[in-house]
Design a protein around this ligand. Structure first.
Ligand SMILES: *Cc1c(COP(=O)(O)O)cnc(C)c1O
Length: 376
């Protein structure tokens, strides 16, 4: 899993912990998605809004999906010319003033508040269709968008506000979708949205099918099959329509590592622990997803001969926080691990640093490094 470049970087005795992003690998991955998928791709910035990451993606995507006024201003700052779609529940008045290329409206009340501004805006209505498949990682049920009953209230509001241009329908119904699930869901969305848009008199409708493409943390090599997905999606497109997706995790997860070092190794009540510099206040992903973050141990034993190490053991990797929840991975077999070794957690490029409670305990923040042939 470790690339030669990352090994070289680790050999240069960097200050740890650090996030390392391979921007060349990210660019290549984004190009693979671009080449495979014949519809518009907007990157969901909340997965990782790091500026060099955004700049690396820009040539390979059609735009960016932002979920707050803060994300909107940040992406605008980094990429002034990028197309931005702004969605998300509970928009404030100042957020409704933002000049997004597409505004995803979440409720009839939000639409009425936007209409009252008497300004032009290009709108997609966010629909919330029930998802009853059990195997999706996270169904976006609850307060997102409008169910098929509530969304009917939008017709009257739009009729009285001709400055609002209804462009189509937005849906983001679940995450953790494999290819068959993503396709089944896309068909469900289109089956509902096409007649609805036609009834609403939308010409050349746009259908945003959402993100949520699966990332399998247990099998890093098994990436979402963009080629199969793209071939099947191509069969769904009809003339005059624009289809769009907005993946986040499956775009950036693979390009990032959280790299740190072992400070202590010890047994406690029959279980071996390695205490690492840093913690899940930097990489919250394994706590939120309740999984073992994939990792590689690189021997760098600097602890001296008296420093503890263990062979052929199951190890639980924890950080420096004073809470039993600060666990990166639990009871994972390792050949050997000891004080001074480097541990590189892969798949740390999405929902990592930016979702983490970084100030908890006030340890030093991680460094940030970019592996790239040309800085974007
Ligand atoms: C979070 C989010 C996405 C991206 O989801 P991923 O699982 O990261 O692909 C896309 N659209 C909306 C509306 C979201 O909230």
């Amino acid at each position: 899993m470790l690339t030669d470049r990352l090994r070289t970087w680790m050999g240069e005795t960097p200050r740890l912990p650090a996030f390392v992003y391979d921007l060349d690998a990210l660019g290549a991955h984004a190009r693979r998605i671009r080449d495979a998928v014949p519809v518009e791709v907007f990157y969901a910035a909340k997965a990782n809004p790091d500026a060099p990451v955004l700049r690396t993606l820009a040539p390979h995507v059609d735009g960016f999906e932002v979920a707050s006024g803060g994300e909107f201003r940040h992406v605008r700052d980094v990429l002034p010319d990028a197309r931005l779609a702004f969605g998300g529940p509970g928009k404030t008045d100042s957020e409704l003033d933002l000049d997004a290329d597409r505004l995803h409206v979440e409720s009839p009340f939000e639409l009425a508040r936007l209409a009252a501004k008497r300004r032009e805006a290009d709108v997609l209505l966010r629909v919330n269709l029930a998802v009853d498949r059990e195997d999706v990682a996270l169904a976006m049920s609850g307060p997102f968008g409008m169910d098929p009953v509530l969304i009917e209230e939008c017709h009257a509001i739009l009729a009285s506000a001709p400055w609002l241009r209804l462009r189509g329908v937005h849906a983001h119904l679940a995450s953790g979708l494999d290819v068959p699930d993503a396709l089944a869901q896309s068909r469900e969305i289109l089956d509902w949205a096409r007649p609805w848009a036609e009834k609403a008199g939308v010409e050349d409708p746009e259908f945003n099918l959402g993100g949520g493409m699966a990332v399998d943390y247990a099998s890093p090599a098994r990436t979402f099959d963009w080629e199969t997905y793209g071939r099947e999606i191509a069969r769904l497109v009809r003339p005059g329509e624009t289809l769009r997706i907005e993946p986040g995790r499956a775009v950036t997860a693979y390009c990032g590592w959280y790299v740190t070092e072992v400070l202590d190794v010890k047994p406690a009540h029959g279980r071996w622990y390695a205490v690492l510099r840093g913690g899940t206040m930097h990489l919250r992903t394994p706590v939120t997803k309740q999984h073992d973050q994939p990792f590689t141990v690189v021997p760098g034993r600097t602890g001296g001969s008296a420093a503890p190490a263990v062979r052929d053991a199951e190890i639980t990797l924890v950080g420096q926080l004073c809470t039993p929840k600060d666990v990166f991975a639990r009871d994972v077999p390792v050949a050997e691990i000891g004080v001074g070794d480097i541990v590189a957690f892969g798949m740390s490029g999405a929902y990592g640093w930016n979702i983490s409670h970084r100030d908890f305990l006030m340890h030093d923040p991680p460094g940030f490094h970019y592996l790239v042939s040309e800085v974007p």
